[in-house]
Design a binder for this molecule. Structure first.
Ligand code: MG
Length: 238
């Protein structure tokens, strides 16, 4: 393991600090119910994979954020032959999602141990009207030292401009002192590598098999070992 004295932890939000999958499931089930569609396992899994594919297209800049938000339900319903109002689904879903915030195990402890020693900054590709209420509901807005939402920054991970504009706001920032932590190889890890900072993949299901061309500096299956990565010789208290 590298021995570095990290002072900045740039942590992804969804499925890294907050359990997005749980919130997505909750919001989706409530939305589908409201529209008279039974939210069985097959439909929710299919939506999840359809939505993931749209976010990957956004990362590749093939679609815009607005297109994603506007079309994900209409497109999904169409692809499944479901006759429900996709235009009505979008605001319902966002409203349910924005109210749901479930912390990932170990996230609060990690942030607590960093306090006063390593600045913790959230870097999220979400939309502001969903992420800001979730940051408030989880109290992460107060627990962390700052947060950056791609919609407000103007660029999304893995675009290096997202990182450039974000770190401009961090006093004393140096690339050498920063670690990006996230669950997405294509957004968090690829972005961190492109920007030139160390990266740590949070891989709770052990899906990373090393075959990807995107190579994180560290891989953890839960958040507890992140403390050991951050724990520099000069910070024995961590
Ligand atoms: Mg994530």
């Amino acid at each position: 393991m590298k021995k570095k004295n990290y002072r900045f932890l740039l942590a992804d939000l969804d499925n890294t600090l907050l359990d997005f999958s749980a919130s997505e499931h909750y919001a989706l089930c409530r939305t589908l119910n409201d529209l008279g569609v039974t939210p069985d396992d097959e439909v929710t899994a299919a939506y999840s994979s359809y939505n993931d594919s749209l976010w990957k297209r956004l990362e590749r800049r093939e679609i815009t954020r607005n297109e994603l938000i506007r079309t994900r339900f209409t497109g999904f319903f169409e692809s499944r032959g479901i006759s429900a109002d996709g235009t009505a689904a979008a605001p319902l879903y966002e409203s349910y999602l924005s109210r749901s915030a479930v912390m990932i195990d170990g996230a609060e402890e990690l942030i607590g141990k960093c306090r006063g020693k390593v600045g913790v900054y959230i870097i999220s590709n979400g939309t502001a009207r969903v992420q800001l209420p979730r940051l408030a509901a989880s109290k992460l807005d107060k627990l962390c030292d700052g947060y950056f939402i791609s919609e407000l920054v103007g660029y999304s991970k893995p675009d290096v401009r997202f990182f450039e504009l974000t770190v401009q706001r961090l006093p004393g920032f140096e690339k050498e002192l920063a670690l990006v932590l996230g669950d997405s190889l294509s957004a968090d890890i690829a972005g961190g590598i492109a920007y030139g900072v160390d990266t740590c993949l949070y891989d709770p299901r052990g899906k990373y098999d090393g075959t990807s061309s995107i190579k994180p500096d560290y891989i953890v299956n839960d958040l507890a070992p992140v403390i050991d990565i951050l724990a520099p010789d000069r910070n024995p208290d961590l």
